[in-house]
Structure formats: C-alpha cells, structure tokens
Design a protein around this ligand. Sequence first.
Ligand SMILES: [Zn+2]
Length: 323
Amino acid sequence: MPDHFYTLDFAGELAPGNYEREGITGYVYTSMQPNTVAIYRWYNSTSHDHFYTADPGGELAPQNYKYEGIAWYMFNQRQVNTVALYRWYNSESGDHFYTADATGELGPPAYKSEGILGYMHPNPTNHAVPIYRWWESGLLSNFSFDDDITEAQRRKLLERHTWAFYRAGICGNIGAEEKEKVRAVYRQGIRHSATTLPGVNAYVPDLNARHLFINFNNLFPQGDREIAQTLLHEMMHCAGYPHPAHIDSGPNIDRPYDGGKYYGTAPLRSELCIDGVQSDTSTVGMVLASYAVTQTELRACPVVNPTAQANEATAPGDVVTQA
Ligand SMILES: [Zn+2]
C-alpha cells in the first residue's frame, strides 16, 4: 500500500529507508499568513496513508487515523503567483495523493479527484518553504547495517543515500546506462559495516560488491555533501564501475574536473551529481602548490580495480599511493 508523504523536513523525518524522494511539490508557510489556513496531517498506520486536510476536525480521518499535527499553512483561495494543490484518492490502496498537476499525474482511473487542498507558490518565494514529497517505494528496504553502527549513523546514511539516489536520477554527468545500473543497485541488499582504515572515507571490497565499509570518523565530519558524494561513488563500484589509482604528482597528475583517467570515470563523474563538485576539490586552488599538500587529501575510497592500478603504477614518472 504505497503511501505518498509530504513534509517540510528536507531529511524526510522517518521516511528514508522505505520511501524515496520525489522532489518539491510547491512552496508554503510555516506560520499563519494573510489568507492562509493550517493544513492538518493525519496518519493511518494500517493502510500507511498520510492524509492532509484544512478541516480542523479531520473530515473522516479520526476513525482510523492518528493526528500528527499541523503540516504547513497555505492559501485558502487563489492569489497572485499561486497554483492549486489537488487532492486525489485511491480507494483500493487507501492512498491520498497531492499534486499541482490538475490531471493528477497518477490520476484516473486508479486515483479519483477529491478537489483542491489549497493554494501554494509554484516557485521559491520570500518566506515560503518547500514541501518535499516522498513515495513509499521500498527503496533501501533491503539495506542492512552491522550492530556497531549507531541508530544516528544509520539514519544519516539512509537519508544521504536517498539524496544520492534522487540526484543520480536527474543528473547529466552520468550516462543513461550508468544511471540505470547504479539506481538498480539501491534496491538490492547492501550491507553496511564500519571501518577505521586510515586515509579513506569508505570503500567496497570488490567491484560489484554488495557491501560498503564506512569510515565514520573520517567521513561524517566532512558534512552532508561529502557523505552523499562518497556513498554514490561507492554505489557506482557496487554497480560495476571502477577507477584507477589517483596519480598524486608528476606530469600525469589527476586533478578534479580534468575529465581524465581518474576524474573522468563513472564513480568520479557521479560525484558531480550531488552538488556539481568532485571530491578533493580543495586541490583545485592548489594546482601550483606542492605535492605534499594534495597528498594529505582524503580519497573517497582506495582502488578497487587492481588491473587499472597496476597499469597506472607502471606509467613512467607516476607515484601511486593508495590513500
Ligand atoms: Zn572509488
């Protein structure tokens, strides 16, 4: 009974794990504004349906739904620069679905129109905040986590994975087949283990592995962007895409955005999907700096393609370090 869930929380509250991101529905308010009304959120744990209504009494909801508070504030009539948010209902699955698309996206015949919930801004507007839409597709439901990974670490990994998966889906830096392959891997049983291996953020033991090792001490302090980039990079390895060893010095030095033998590979290109940057970006401004500076950079992962590593190692003048 796949649910559609709407929240102002970018991280999706408890959604990551079973839900996947579906982007931004529109822009609303966190407090009462002129001509706005509160939208109340209810949840049916049996049918897994999130239900939103402007009726403080909850319409028919109280019978089977639990009240979860005020979701947001939106206009109760059309204003300048607003669009309607339409409500649709699938009586078979019990799912309520909300969209700015008057034809309903999923629409008829499965979903029947139930009118307009309210009006919202279609684009970012002063003081308005995004509604994030999530869909209970079961994404990441096959992921597993070793016992020594804390609940907070698990939650962060799931949230960052959903962001990486979403960004990969709309990314122009990886090709159609790369996109399809890596997104398919997210639905498989990926085991997560902690590692303290020095100098790496994360790694997979082999290409096509279904096992990620995360160095939480190295990776998490680098922040959300680096976490998502690293996870997507490693998932590209799980999907079968390798890269050679990073060349740290000499005439063939690898630099972010050079599109070369290292940064041009699928795992490194995928990093651009998150925020348009590749790991080790701090070296960009240091292309004239000494080799010793770049050598201290953490790598997303060590080499997972021994053949490529050997090839790089034999290139004249290159120093191969497994960071
Ligand atoms: Zn890698």
